[in-house]
Design a binder for this molecule. Sequence first.
Ligand code: FAD
Length: 414
Amino acid sequence: MHVIVLGAGIAGSLIAQKLARTSSYQITLIDQANGPATQTSDHQLALVHPQVNKKSTKLQRFTQVANRLVWQNFQSSIRYSGVYQPMLKEDWLNRNIQSELILTLGFDSSEIEPLDSKSALEKLNIDRPGLWFNTAGIYDLKKLSRQAIETMTQHEMIWGEKITRIQKNNDSWELYNDKNEKVCTGDALVLACNYQTKELLATMEVDLPLRPVRGQLSRFIIPKESEVGKHLPRSALRGDGYCSPAKEWDPAHWLWEVGSSYDEDIDDLKPTNESASANQKKGLALLGLEERPELSIREESNFVGIRSASKDRLPLIGPVSGQRGLFLATAYGSRGLIWATLGAELIQAYLATFLAGADFLAAGFLTGAFAGEDLTTLEAELSSAVSPSRFFAGALGARASNSKPTFPSGFKAR
Ligand SMILES: Cc1cc2nc3c(=O)[nH]c(=O)nc-3n(C[C@H](O)[C@H](O)[C@H](O)COP(=O)(O)OP(=O)(O)OC[C@H]3O[C@@H](n4cnc5c(N)ncnc54)[C@H](O)[C@@H]3O)c2cc1C
């Protein structure tokens, strides 16, 4: 069986890695660039943390499991370990109450620790109470994408081929370039090409409900002796936006990275002053300096990337109803590494099911890591929440005369 993965950003690279490790399929990874992670995944500041809400929500549980998987599996591409989420003083109860709430939500006390202002100041140079995420961090997506595919052989990868058209021919998927040459044929095709997945599906007259979302990260150079310089954190922070810890730039300056803008329906890669000053504001607010607009910091450079997002801001991961053998792994939005990690697990499970000719997505794809949790329910909820069929039920379902039952409504435990 031959599986083609199109797109070697973090989404496609982790899928290729998972398939190479756990299956005996022939795999081909294709990208228009000459190596992995040259587009949106070409950045080194991917924050990963579990979502924490007052009540346990599905999103919280998905991000919690994904955070554990990322922490267990991708230590070699972590840039900064631990993330602090400062809280407003009025939201802070006390340390014991916070600890209880966190345990009630299903977290382990080694994962999240409440800190009062005094402890946060000592540990992190931040004079605000909040939550310390011990197993969260900032990851380098480029390094991780490279590492994921490093054991693949040259004949399993095709670089420098932009695919402009895909087509089903009997039971095979065919990929064509702009010269109308056939680049590859496979039994199954996974589209992991971010926003460009929309353009490719349009060649099959499928309208994917994706929108581009531009994002800009800014790097600031800050004199150590300045007011801002003295307030910079010793760990990554998150809140409305996020930032890196202060890192030495030269003996007199810190380098400090802050993100990001979220500009819907814009796909322009040029950095803008507006986004840089919005990042400056976000950064100062994270430090509790929002009331000090006179403080200004010099920006050194920016990273701009285009994310893709669906209408409900959840990703599209799974089979396309009515198009046997076609799978999507896209719309990862601002949670690239969280969804890429879960996406690799899910796509591998879907492919195993599809290639075995089975009707139902097999349970058990998140197992191994977490004893004692009801993962079967979580898996069913996850596959259902991110299934492309939530958008396609009408239009594409109608064409699905000879397809297997649509995932994941037919989900059954093995
Ligand atoms: C400013 C900013 C900040 C962010 N912060 C975070 C964060 O803190 N944490 C986090 O987890 N995520 C973050 N993200 C999101 C994360 O970067 C993305 O979700 C992730 O990189 C998307 O990965 P991808 O593989 O889907 O897409 P990409 O990295 O864009 O990869 C798609 C690949 O497909 C290839 N391709 C596309 N079309 C074709 C074609 N027709 N033929 C051949 N190849 C093709 C491209 O060359 C590319 O390599 C941020 C994004 C931005 C922009």
